[in-house]
Design a protein. Structure first.
Length: 281
């Protein structure tokens, strides 16, 4: 394909992706008033009565302080939910655009990484949602007695979305480490020697990136990430062992990529077991 043909294909696939995102966002905008809003507010509504505005069994109101506050919040939630709902379509468009330029093994790796990254992001977001209530209870409880807690809907929704995105993105880091190992940039020996530093920096990263900044939420992110990093280190060990066995068979793994592999020009000896023709002596 020519450059113009590639650009035309890219334009068409971007247009299809944006159309799918627009339709999914419209569905999510309608869904917000039919269950999605309650799903987002559930961690707040499950808090004790003294930590919720309005109190009582049913009181879990969130404040809107400006005219367009509710509209912007609903649009933000609808856009992010639409991006998730339309992910199969725009991921397929991305996949269909880059597939012709990949080799067979690269296509296999790409499918595996897209699947793994999607599952890891979903797992991180689900874990964040599970610990949202505990994080809110700790943070709002620090205000002490005699303080009326009244959250605005903008602040609360931004807090929830930032937690989901932070956990989801952080769970992708071990997968990036595996990818660097597969392409030969990061060796298992390096990871094994730096295991303690990896775990320490994971805890520091969790302490910085968690919006709540409380130890409970920090550990909720750090401990699963440490487990994932350990799995990545073990996968790197397996990959390096397989690579070493393959290189030992090929005998020219130390040759630079820009040099041809060495060939032995000397003829190999004849098999002495071959019968000599009659009369040769």
């Amino acid at each position: 394909m020519t450059l113009i043909a590639h650009l035309t294909e890219l334009r068409n696939r971007i247009a299809k992706s944006l159309l799918a995102l627009l339709i999914a966002s419209a569905i999510a905008f309608w869904w917000y008033g039919h269950g999605l809003g309650e799903f987002i507010r559930a961690p707040y509504c499950d808090l004790p009565a003294h930590l919720r505005y309005g109190g009582g069994k049913e009181g879990c109101g969130l404040l809107v302080t400006d005219v367009f506050g509710g509209v912007f919040v609903r649009l933000k939630v609808a856009f992010l939910a639409g991006a998730v709902l339309s992910a199969p379509i725009w991921l397929y468009q991305l996949w269909a655009f880059i597939t012709p330029g990949l080799k067979r093994n690269e296509r296999r790796y790409a499918v595996s990484f897209v699947t793994a990254s999607s599952l890891l992001f979903a797992g991180g977001a689900a874990l964040a949602y599970f610990f949202l209530g505990a994080g809110l209870r700790v943070l709002l409880g620090l205000a002490g007695a005699g303080v009326v807690v009244a959250l605005t809907v903008q602040d609360y929704v931004s807090f929830v979305l930032s937690m989901l995105i932070a956990f989801g993105v952080s769970f992708e880091l071990p997968l990036i480490m595996v990818a660097l190992n597969l392409v030969g940039i990061l060796r298992h020996e390096t990871l094994a020697k730096g295991r303690r530093w990896i775990y320490f920096l994971t805890i520091v990263f969790a302490a910085v990136i968690t919006p709540t900044q409380d130890p409970f939420t920090m550990l909720a992110m750090a401990l699963p990430m440490i487990v994932l990093f350990e799995l990545a280190i073990q996968l790197a060990r397996i990959v390096d062992k397989r690579r070493a066995r393959r290189d030992a068979v090929q005998h020219f793994h130390d040759v630079p990529d820009d040099e041809p592999s060495p060939l032995n020009p000397d003829p190999s000896p004849l098999d002495s077991s071959v019968d000599e023709p009659s009369g040769s002596r």
